[in-house]
Ligand binder design. Structure first.
Ligand code: PAF
Length: 284
């Protein structure tokens, strides 16, 4: 274990279990905040939520190769462990688990967790294997740390629903907590991938939030979800997005297409701007 100015860093499952086990033996509740690093205020809001709700907070930093497909550039994913450690410390985290790939996937590791249905639609259609990679690594992290609660951002709304489904299906005794999306002043949802945007693209990017907000308002007012979603997609293309994978209104829990305007619904969207594929969502 190493100590970096107040926050302890562990890199093995054995050390993680030893530290979390000592907290639990002392009767302290534990919160887990899984991340892939390149931390921004969205991640730090999850750390602060965990600090507020539990006695000890462990963040994890692992760029999970199994959730990148061959078309996505794993090597280019932003990395800044020293900066992340400083931010975690300032947000009040007690421990960082930052394992190497071989610790998480030792030679011979074969088991995968897939979540058919909710994991196959929307992001699952456009990012083959993504949710299997996410469900597998999150299940491993939950079972390695066995926290009382784990915190995930609503920015990745489908991911949150997949993780809730997986945790319930596997009877993993951890409370899964969602936290509201943190946005820049102009509405753009914070994301590590925003770093890929040029200055010109960055100026266009808030159109995504504006489009889904107007769509949610229109549907709330009784407008037809499908035609309003098509209108929102056109707005994105005319603003400068090169491709719209989906803009859609779904049941807020199952993410199946909405049957009627009266169920809890969520607008979800994914679109490409320059090198960045941006996703966002909002409650109707
Ligand atoms: O949202 C993320 O950063 C990742 O998908 C997660 C949940 C840390 C799993 O690798």
């Amino acid at each position: 274990m190493t100590q970096a100015g107040g926050i302890e860093i562990v890199r093995t499952v054995a050390d993680l279990r030893a530290r979390v086990g000592s907290w639990r033996a002392a009767g302290l509740s534990v919160g887990l905040v899984p991340t892939m690093g390149a931390l921004h205020d969205g991640h730090l809001s999850l750390v602060r939520q965990s600090v507020g709700e539990t006695k000890r907070t462990c963040a994890t930093l692992f760029i999970n190769p199994k959730q990148f497909n061959p078309n996505e550039d794993l090597a280019a994913y932003p990395r800044d462990e020293a900066g992340d450690v400083a931010k975690l410390k300032s947000a009040g985290a007690d421990l960082l688990f930052a394992p190497e790939v071989a610790e998480m996937y030792p030679p011979g590791a074969a088991t995968q967790i897939s979540v058919p249905g909710i994991g196959d639609i929307l992001e699952g259609e456009y990012r083959a294997g993504f949710f299997t990679g996410v469900a597998t690594i999150v299940a491993k992290l939950l079972l390695q740390a066995l926290p009382d609660a784990a915190f995930f951002g609503e920015k990745d709304y489908q991911q949150l629903q997949v993780i809730k489904r997986m945790t319930a299906d596997l009877d993993i005794p951890v409370r899964i907590c969602g936290a509201p999306t943190i946005r820049e002043a102009d509405g753009l949802a914070m994301s590590s991938r925003n770093a890929y945007l040029s200055a010109q693209e960055r100026a266009i990017a808030p159109t995504l939030y504006a489009a889904i907000r107007s769509l949610a308002e229109a549907v709330r007012g009784g407008a037809d979800p499908a035609s309003q979603a098509a209108f929102a997609a056109e707005k994105l293309l005319s603003a400068g997005f090169s491709k719209v994978d989906y803009v859609t209104v779904r049941n807020a829990e199952t993410l199946e297409p909405v049957a009627a305007n009266d169920e809890p619904a969520r607008v979800l969207a994914a679109a490409t701007l320059g090198r960045a594929r941006l996703i966002d969502n909002i409650a109707v």
